[in-house]
Design a protein around this ligand. Structure first.
Ligand code: ZN
Length: 135
């Protein structure tokens, strides 16, 4: 059901500023940025082989992401797995006992569909599922 790690997300205060480290030190280029209105975030993706680093910046100071940074500072925020059918994946993982943040998928970056699994049921790690395009 899971194809690969789609991305590892890093919570940052400023996408462009954070991207400087990846470019200057690691020699990795930011592949562009996007504002995801529904989630009140700005994201920037850095492609690495078959996966990506997602720099995710809160646009709403009241959001969970902003509070995450306030409390823990910038750092790893979630791991995202790519699935073929997100509706089926969410339903299956719920039936197996996962605590879902999203019972139904919502819109993510690049017209994808995404859904989150609560870290309480996944060993303290916020997990995102993504289906690249609606099929
Ligand atoms: Zn993500």
């Amino acid at each position: 059901m899971i194809n690969k790690i789609d991305h590892i997300a890093i919570a940052v205060r400023d996408v462009e500023k954070a991207a400087e480290f990846y470019e200057r030190i690691l020699g990795l280029k930011l592949g562009g940025t996007e504002v995801v209105e529904g989630m009140e975030v700005k994201v920037g993706f850095i492609p690495i082989g078959e996966t990506r680093i997602e720099l995710v910046q809160p646009l709403n100071p009241e959001s969970g992401l902003a509070k995450f940074i306030e409390k823990k500072g910038e750092g790893i925020h979630h791991i995202c797995y790519e699935v073929d059918n997100i509706h089926k994946a969410l339903e299956t993982y719920k039936a197996r006992g996962a605590k879902l943040i999203d019972e139904t998928p919502r819109k993510g970056a690049h017209e994808s569909l995404v859904g989150f699994i609560h870290p309480k049921s996944s060993g303290g790690v916020l997990m995102e599922l993504t289906q690249p395009t609606e099929s």
